[in-house]
Design a protein around this ligand. Structure first.
Ligand code: FAD
Length: 408
């Protein structure tokens, strides 16, 4: 690497900013350009369905870092710039403006975009998605006219939006196609808990039901369900998952499966091209199969791993995944991945109150914990997961035994 080398990062959000701000610290002596399609300084995305949607924060308060930090780290930020092509032979990226930029190292941090619901009426004002600050601005412009909200999709983002809309005093219905909310991401116990909490807060939850049409003439009036019922709504928030932005990489001839395929250093098969964050499908040493995760932790940790690898300080990605969700007075904190669990153990009661921890095990190995208003269990479990310890499952259920003493 020389001081004339240039690292170009495509995508200016959690993952891209993390790479950019850590390159020099890791020893990269060359130039750094962070290209972002959105016109804003990189900002925290999680508040979009929480405080920011509730109107409690301005976009300035959401910035990951002030402009000064990028300047100090030697990062040239080019915002409002969309990359439309990558040519690996000539080592160049082409911008929508027609300009092109040469790179020595390239990072895809292009994230993910919402999965759309292409049914009749989707283009009516009042049908909204939740991914960017611009999406929230569009919702907020219409909110004064809204009494009834239908949230389509009972995943974390849909449920957070439902909680925020209740906080704002709107009547809220959640419609979920699967037979329980959070079906794709968590266990039946957690689905039952969140269903109870939302119903206690006055949300109507409809499961096992698809949506067939948005009704209304010049703006949204209702959401038609597969059952034939039309639920009145001046606002529909669609939260049915995301699609990783892999097209640029795929068009440049890079392998993509459930994301841009990368190794444990975040590198693609091209040694000059890396990927990290929501768009990357890669190896985490703690897991047997490659993964694509959608979380701030993953974007940050994988971004750091990529920055170091580019600067020559290669360390394999091996981070315990963690995630959180805020709904009403409930803070869910998840450590680990529960897929493949063979048994669970509970600390506390998910059917009463709002505080418990659910441990997921495979034999005597702890895979994950879902902690509801239990920060202590979450923090201890994160450490124990990193140590890959064997557990006495029965002790886990005993509130009087600290987690660390539940190891075999
Ligand atoms: P993204 O944040 O998707 O950013 C990618 C960026 O790249 C975007 O700004 C995009 O415009 C830009 N881009 C894409 N293509 C191009 C191109 N061709 N040229 C230039 N720029 C391009 N995670 C949690 O851990 N906890 C939470 O509570 C939580 N809540 C969330 C709530 C909401 C409403 C949303 C939307 C997400 C939430 N997440 C949460 C997920 C988390 O925000 C994402 O995992 C994280 O943003 C991923 O960061 P990223 O940088 O990989 O991708």
């Amino acid at each position: 690497m020389s001081d004339t080398d240039h690292c170009v990062i495509v995508g200016a959000s959690h993952a891209g900013a993390q790479v950019a701000l850590n390159l020099s610290k890791a020893g990269w002596a060359g130039a750094i350009t962070l290209l972002g399609e959105e016109p804003h300084l990189p900002y925290h995305r999680p508040p979009l369905s929480k405080d920011f949607l509730a109107g409690g924060k301005t976009l300035d308060q959401l910035h990951l870092r002030p402009q000064q930090h990028y300047d100090n780290a030697g990062v040239t930020l080019r915002l409002g710039e969309r990359v439309i092509a990558v040519n690996r032979d000539s080592h160049t990226v082409t911008l929508a403006s027609g300009a092109s930029l040469a790179y020595d190292k390239l990072v895809f941090a292009t994230g993910a975009r919402v999965r759309r619901l292409p049914i009749d009426g989707e283009s009516l004002p009042g049908v909204r998605y939740l991914r960017s600050a611009a999406d929230i601005a569009a919702i907020q412009r219409e909110l004064d006219e809204v009494k009834n909200v239908v949230v389509i999709g009972g995943g974390y983002i849909g449920l957070e939006a439902a909680a925020t809309m209740r906080k704002l005093g709107r009547d809220v219905t959640v419609v979920e196609a699967a037979d329980r909310v959070l079906q794709r991401v968590t266990s039946p116990t957690m689905s039952r808990f969140f269903t109870r909490v939302h119903e206690e807060e006055g949300v109507r939850i409809i499961v096992d039901t698809g949506v067939t049409r948005f009704t209304g003439t010049d703006r949204l009036a209702g959401v038609e369900l597969a059952s034939g019922e039309i639920v009145a709504a001046e606002l529909a928030i669609v939260g049915i998952g995301v699609i990783p932005n892999v097209e640029l990489a795929a068009d440049a001839g890079l392998a993509c499966s459930n994301g841009i395929d990368v190794d444990e250093y975040g590198a693609t098969a091209d040694p000059d091209v890396y990927a990290c964050g929501d768009c990357a499908h890669g190896t985490n040493r703690l897991f047997a199969s490659p993964l694509r995760l959608e979380s701030v932790q993953n974007a940050n940790d994988q971004g750091l791993c990529v920055a170091k690898a580019i600067a020559g300080d290669r360390k394999p990605y091996a981070a315990v995944p963690w995630f959180w969700s805020d709904q009403y007075d409930v803070k869910l904190q998840i450590a680990g991945l529960s897929q493949g669990y063979t048994s669970t153990q509970l600390r506390g009661d998910p059917d009463a109150g709002r505080s418990f921890a659910l441990f997921y095990l495979d034999g005597d190995r702890l895979l994950a914990v879902d902690a509801i208003n239990r920060p202590r269990e979450f923090v201890a479990a994160r450490q124990l997961l990193a140590a890959d310890a064997a557990f006495d499952a029965r002790k886990l259920a005993d509130e009087s035994i600290p987690l660390k003493e539940c190891r075999r």
